[in-house]
Design a protein around this ligand. Structure first.
Ligand SMILES: Cc1cc2nc3c(=O)[nH]c(=O)nc-3n(C[C@H](O)[C@H](O)[C@H](O)COP(=O)(O)O)c2cc1C
Length: 268
């Protein structure tokens, strides 16, 4: 076992702000938050996720939380044939400076520099229409040393207009749960309505059961019963890494032209 892995286990043992969470630390699924009410209006998913080497999954091209966002997107896609359906936009928080690809280097950097120096890492682009366009905002990412990564704070501080929105925390973790997202959102936006969160272990996010776990959570939140905010897939914010054809429909991109992260690709 490397020094980095030992350090991470110490972080787990030391716990986090997760004591408010109604779930079991280390469980595959864990929910928490206020849990009152349902999602409403137009919806936005904001997330941060780091690919490369990670805890228990080795090197991955797509981060664990990004996979969870894929499940959320797929749920909305599956609603799209229904007369009453909701749609969702996605905004990915992409750091200006990429984190170290090696897991040990990344946890050392975060533990020795980012957290002690209380840094606010910058991210690329931004979303400017939250106040007018969205009522419900999902906010998610990984747990880093018992808390959301500092870049989540950068985003929250850049968006005080979220103060009276409906917020839904979610994310993936190595055993700590995601209760600290709920805690952080309450700290920044005490007047917001914070709904039931969902945390899934990053090591099991690629298991087929995890998709069902996400779907059950979204149904409990009532997002499949929303009829407002319906938009054509063509207008989606597609910086989620997903692939769309030229008509804005999701595609596997195996052949032909597809759009991903606002760029056009040709696969041969
Ligand atoms: C810098 C760093 C610190 C981490 N600290 C924790 C932690 O304190 N508790 C925990 O449960 N998982 C921790 N993890 C594991 C991640 O939360 C987990 O692998 C998550 O699924 C990663 O999500 P992502 O691929 O979307 O970034 C840490 C991972 C990294 C890279």
């Amino acid at each position: 076992m490397t020094l980095g892995l030992c350090a991470f286990i110490v972080a787990l043992a030391c716990g986090s702000n997760d004591t408010e969470v109604d779930g079991t630390t280390g469980a595959t699924e864990q929910t928490g938050g206020d849990g009152e009410g349902t999602a409403k209006g137009k919806m936005l998913v904001v997330y941060f996720s780091r690919a490369d080497e990670n805890w228990q999954v080795g090197y991955v091209e797509r981060g664990n939380t990004a996979i969870m966002v894929d499940y959320i997107n797929e749920f909305f896609d599956e609603q799209s044939g229904k007369a009453e359906r909701a749609d969702v936009d996605v905004f990915e928080i992409v750091p200006e400076v990429t984190y170290p690809a090696a897991y040990d280097e990344c946890i050392a950097y975060v533990n020795n520099i980012e957290i002690p120096q209380n840094l606010r890492p910058k991210y690329k682009n931004d979303i400017t229409n939250i106040a007018a366009d969205y009522e419900t905002i999902f906010i998610g990412g990984p747990i880093w040393w018992g808390q959301p990564p500092m870049i989540i704070r950068t985003f929250l501080e850049a968006h005080p207009e979220m103060k009276d929105k409906t917020l839904i925390p979610f994310g993936t973790h190595g055993g700590s749960g995601v209760g600290s997202y709920t805690t952080l959102l309450k700290e920044y936006f005490p007047n917001a309505t914070i709904l039931e969160s969902l945390g899934i272990s990053g090591a099991s996010i690629r298991d087929t059961s995890s998709k069902g776990t996400v779907e059950s959570w979204l149904k409990r939140l009532g997002v499949d019963k929303q009829s407002t905010g319906v938009k054509s897939a063509k207008t989606r914010t597609t910086n989620s890494g997903r692939k769309y054809d030229l008509n804005g429909q999701p595609t596997n991109g195996h052949s032909g032209i597809y759009i991903q992260d606002h760029k056009k690709y040709v696969s041969r």
